[in-house]
Design a protein around this ligand. Structure first.
Ligand code: ZN
Length: 134
Protein backbone atom coordinates (compact mmCIF):
# COMPACT_ATOMS: atom_id res chain seq x y z
CA UNK A 1 0.00 0.00 0.00
CA UNK A 2 1.41 3.36 -1.00
CA UNK A 3 -0.12 5.77 1.51
CA UNK A 4 -3.38 6.71 3.17
CA UNK A 5 -5.29 8.18 0.27
CA UNK A 6 -8.21 9.43 2.28
CA UNK A 7 -10.24 9.06 5.44
CA UNK A 8 -13.99 8.71 4.98
CA UNK A 9 -16.23 10.40 7.53
CA UNK A 10 -19.96 9.71 7.76
CA UNK A 11 -22.03 12.85 8.25
CA UNK A 12 -25.76 13.49 8.43
CA UNK A 13 -25.75 16.59 6.24
CA UNK A 14 -23.11 17.85 3.86
CA UNK A 15 -24.77 21.26 3.96
CA UNK A 16 -23.71 21.54 7.59
CA UNK A 17 -20.47 19.54 7.54
CA UNK A 18 -18.84 21.05 4.45
CA UNK A 19 -18.66 24.57 5.95
CA UNK A 20 -17.57 23.02 9.26
CA UNK A 21 -14.66 21.16 7.67
CA UNK A 22 -13.73 24.18 5.57
CA UNK A 23 -13.29 26.07 8.81
CA UNK A 24 -11.54 23.18 10.55
CA UNK A 25 -9.08 22.48 7.74
CA UNK A 26 -8.83 26.06 6.52
CA UNK A 27 -9.18 24.84 2.93
CA UNK A 28 -12.12 24.78 0.56
CA UNK A 29 -14.02 21.68 -0.47
CA UNK A 30 -12.65 21.10 -3.99
CA UNK A 31 -15.18 18.59 -5.23
CA UNK A 32 -18.59 17.11 -4.51
CA UNK A 33 -19.76 13.99 -6.25
CA UNK A 34 -22.67 11.57 -6.02
CA UNK A 35 -21.86 7.88 -6.28
CA UNK A 36 -25.12 6.30 -7.39
CA UNK A 37 -24.03 2.70 -6.81
CA UNK A 38 -23.18 3.44 -3.16
CA UNK A 39 -26.09 5.83 -2.54
CA UNK A 40 -23.77 8.52 -1.21
CA UNK A 41 -23.04 12.16 -1.80
CA UNK A 42 -19.38 12.90 -1.20
CA UNK A 43 -17.35 16.05 -0.58
CA UNK A 44 -13.55 16.15 -0.76
CA UNK A 45 -10.87 18.18 0.96
CA UNK A 46 -7.18 17.99 0.18
CA UNK A 47 -4.78 17.97 3.13
CA UNK A 48 -1.22 17.61 1.84
CA UNK A 49 -0.94 14.11 0.34
CA UNK A 50 -4.15 12.95 1.96
CA UNK A 51 -7.82 13.74 1.54
CA UNK A 52 -10.84 13.87 3.75
CA UNK A 53 -13.99 12.44 2.17
CA UNK A 54 -17.28 13.40 3.78
CA UNK A 55 -20.08 10.93 3.12
CA UNK A 56 -23.78 11.73 3.27
CA UNK A 57 -26.42 9.16 2.48
CA UNK A 58 -28.42 10.03 -0.62
CA UNK A 59 -31.30 7.80 0.52
CA UNK A 60 -32.76 7.02 3.97
CA UNK A 61 -31.84 3.33 3.64
CA UNK A 62 -28.30 3.75 2.28
CA UNK A 63 -25.23 2.23 3.95
CA UNK A 64 -24.16 5.57 5.40
CA UNK A 65 -27.62 6.20 6.85
CA UNK A 66 -27.53 2.77 8.47
CA UNK A 67 -24.00 3.35 9.76
CA UNK A 68 -25.04 6.64 11.41
CA UNK A 69 -28.11 5.00 12.91
CA UNK A 70 -25.92 2.38 14.57
CA UNK A 71 -22.80 4.30 15.46
CA UNK A 72 -23.50 7.97 14.96
CA UNK A 73 -21.48 10.31 12.79
CA UNK A 74 -17.75 9.76 12.62
CA UNK A 75 -14.91 7.93 10.91
CA UNK A 76 -16.35 5.42 8.49
CA UNK A 77 -13.35 4.04 6.60
CA UNK A 78 -9.66 4.42 5.85
CA UNK A 79 -8.63 4.25 2.22
CA UNK A 80 -5.20 3.15 1.06
CA UNK A 81 -3.74 4.00 -2.27
CA UNK A 82 -2.46 0.92 -4.11
CA UNK A 83 -0.47 0.67 -7.32
CA UNK A 84 -2.21 -2.47 -8.59
CA UNK A 85 -5.59 -3.08 -7.01
CA UNK A 86 -5.98 -6.49 -8.69
CA UNK A 87 -2.68 -7.76 -7.28
CA UNK A 88 -3.41 -6.30 -3.85
CA UNK A 89 -6.86 -7.89 -3.74
CA UNK A 90 -5.34 -11.24 -4.65
CA UNK A 91 -2.64 -10.86 -2.00
CA UNK A 92 -5.13 -9.93 0.75
CA UNK A 93 -7.50 -12.73 -0.23
CA UNK A 94 -4.63 -15.20 0.06
CA UNK A 95 -3.84 -13.76 3.49
CA UNK A 96 -7.39 -14.62 4.56
CA UNK A 97 -9.02 -11.20 4.45
CA UNK A 98 -12.61 -11.04 3.29
CA UNK A 99 -13.20 -8.75 0.32
CA UNK A 100 -16.62 -7.10 0.18
CA UNK A 101 -16.49 -7.03 -3.60
CA UNK A 102 -14.91 -9.67 -5.80
CA UNK A 103 -14.03 -7.18 -8.52
CA UNK A 104 -12.88 -3.57 -8.18
CA UNK A 105 -15.80 -1.19 -8.57
CA UNK A 106 -16.19 2.45 -9.48
CA UNK A 107 -15.71 4.79 -6.55
CA UNK A 108 -15.73 8.55 -6.18
CA UNK A 109 -12.89 10.72 -7.44
CA UNK A 110 -12.01 8.62 -10.53
CA UNK A 111 -11.00 5.55 -8.55
CA UNK A 112 -11.38 1.81 -8.70
CA UNK A 113 -12.12 0.60 -5.20
CA UNK A 114 -12.50 -2.52 -3.09
CA UNK A 115 -13.56 -2.78 0.55
CA UNK A 116 -12.38 -5.31 3.13
CA UNK A 117 -14.78 -6.73 5.69
CA UNK A 118 -14.21 -4.94 9.01
CA UNK A 119 -14.61 -8.26 10.88
CA UNK A 120 -11.14 -9.22 9.72
CA UNK A 121 -9.50 -5.85 10.31
CA UNK A 122 -10.20 -5.06 13.96
CA UNK A 123 -13.42 -3.30 13.12
CA UNK A 124 -11.89 -0.88 10.65
CA UNK A 125 -13.51 -0.69 7.26
CA UNK A 126 -10.58 -0.59 4.84
CA UNK A 127 -10.86 0.63 1.28
CA UNK A 128 -8.26 -0.02 -1.38
CA UNK A 129 -8.24 2.49 -4.17
CA UNK A 130 -6.40 2.95 -7.42
CA UNK A 131 -6.52 5.90 -9.77
CA UNK A 132 -8.32 4.92 -12.99
CA UNK A 133 -6.03 5.05 -15.99
CA UNK A 134 -7.28 7.39 -18.69
ZN1 ZN B 1 -13.57 6.31 0.44
Amino acid sequence: MVKIEHIGIAVKELAISVPLFEKLLNSPCYKTETVESEKVNTAFFQQGQTKIELLESSTPDGVIARFIEKKGEGIHHIAFDVEDIYAEMERLKNEGFVLLNEKPKDGADNKLVCFLHPKGTNGVLVELCMEKKK
